[in-house]
Ligand binder design. Structure first.
Ligand SMILES: N[C@@H](CCC(=O)N[C@@H](CS)C(=O)NCC(=O)O)C(=O)O
Length: 356
């Protein structure tokens, strides 16, 4: 692709993955066009006719990014993690993947934690407590269009909230798991708060894709939904500011030396964040992987000494396999260094699980 051609990205303001992707594009200084309505919907204001030819994604997820394949034909692609790697290969400058292989692997793990665990905190807080349901139900439909009558907006809000609340158990939010999710949100706020006291970003003085993944979910948790926003304001002021700063780092200048130096040892505050992944995301990722592989519709495990039960989720087995692949793609000496960090933080089983 010609660098000057703008990347078309379809998404919506209330979507954490859309916010992650937009923030990456801004930091990377890649030109883009943000499209809110489906491109095929040529009657929508602001959608020119020529967008009608854009292909549809295989699974309709937000954001959908339209990238040219090797033959120059636009493809509709979803899933921000591989999209970010594809853009890394095309445009090397202002990379969001640390050059050091060990840091690059740890960044991948933290990105997965944000995309797949923190998103549960996001979905839970958005649709669990009344004030959050009320706000999200009323505002999210308006991001698509504002010209609803008050009566239509009431109906839309109720319908939207009903649909999303119905999906809560699918992402693992239930009466059983609520205490685990809420305690984990408080811990990650505190862990990020102490890391940010000494480091501008997770991996040093420049942002990595995991920063943007965390930021995407946190745009909802710390700046939209009232209950988790209040918790952040009172317990983690640095996190509150960090999320907004990450939104647009187009003017933030970086150097190669701004990444942490893995050979000097990682800061305790980063190791503590990795230990948090071992405490919450890892047990469910492994239990889910076993359940999907065995064909079980539901899985149950223990997280933080409490029961965790939810429908099993084939996509998350793919996530676990991708983590394995990332690990195996490291040169052997780097696998050894990564393994000692994984051991020290309780994450060793993440790359050891056989049979998945
Ligand atoms: N792993 C995907 C997840 C994308 C995703 O789940 N997007 C949500 C919105 S934030 C979605 O489109 N959900 C289906 C829907 O809203 O109908 C990524 O990183 O992009």
């Amino acid at each position: 692709m010609d660098r000057t051609e703008a990347i078309r990205l379809q998404g919506i303001h209330g979507s954490p993955y859309t916010r992650k992707m937009l923030a990456v594009l801004r930091f990377r200084r890649l030109p883009y066009r943000f499209i809110v309505n489906w491109p095929q919907n040529v009657d929508a204001p602001g959608n020119p006719d020529d967008r009608g030819d854009l292909p549809k994604p295989r699974v309709p997820l937000l954001p959908t990014v339209y990238l040219r394949n090797d033959a120059g034909v636009p493809e509709a692609v979803t899933d921000t993690t591989p999209i970010i790697r594809r853009l890394e290969n095309q445009f090397p400058s202002r990379s969001v993947v640390p050059g050091d292989p060990v840091l690059s692997f740890l960044n991948y793990v933290l990105e997965d934690y944000a995309d797949e665990w923190l998103t549960r905190c996001m979905f839970h807080y958005r649709w669990h407590f009344e004030p959050d349901i009320e706000k999200a139900g009323r505002i999210l439909p308006l991001y698509i269009r504002t010209d609803f009558s008050p009566e239509t907006l009431d109906t839309q809000a109720a319908e939207f909230a009903r649909r999303q609340i119905e999906r809560l158990p699918v992402v693992g939010s239930s009466a059983t798991t609520a205490p685990v999710i809420e305690a984990s949100y408080m811990r990650i706020l505190q862990l990020l708060e102490s890391h940010l006291q000494n480091h501008p970003f997770l991996f040093g003085r420049r942002p990595a894709s995991a920063d943007f993944a965390m930021m995407g979910q946190l745009t909802c948790l710390t700046h939209f939904d009232p209950t988790p926003t209040r918790l952040c304001e009172s317990h983690a002021p640095r996190v509150y500011a960090w999320v907004e700063r990450l939104e647009d780092l187009s003017g933030y200048e970086i150097k190669d030396a701004d990444w942490l130096n893995a050979a000097e040892g990682l800061p305790d505050s980063l190791l503590a964040i990795l230990s948090e992944v071992a405490r919450t995301h890892m047990p469910q990722l492994i239990a889910n992987g076993r359940a999907v592989a065995a064909g079980n519709a539901v899985f149950r495990t223990e997280i933080d000494g409490k029961t965790w039960e939810q429908p099993s989720f084939p996509y998350q087995l793919k996530c676990l396999r991708w983590i394995h692949e990332e690990f195996r793609s490291l040169p052997i000496a780097h696998q050894d260094s990564a393994r000692s960090i994984l051991k020290a933080t309780g994450l060793a089983p993440l790359v050891e699980e056989a049979g998945t």
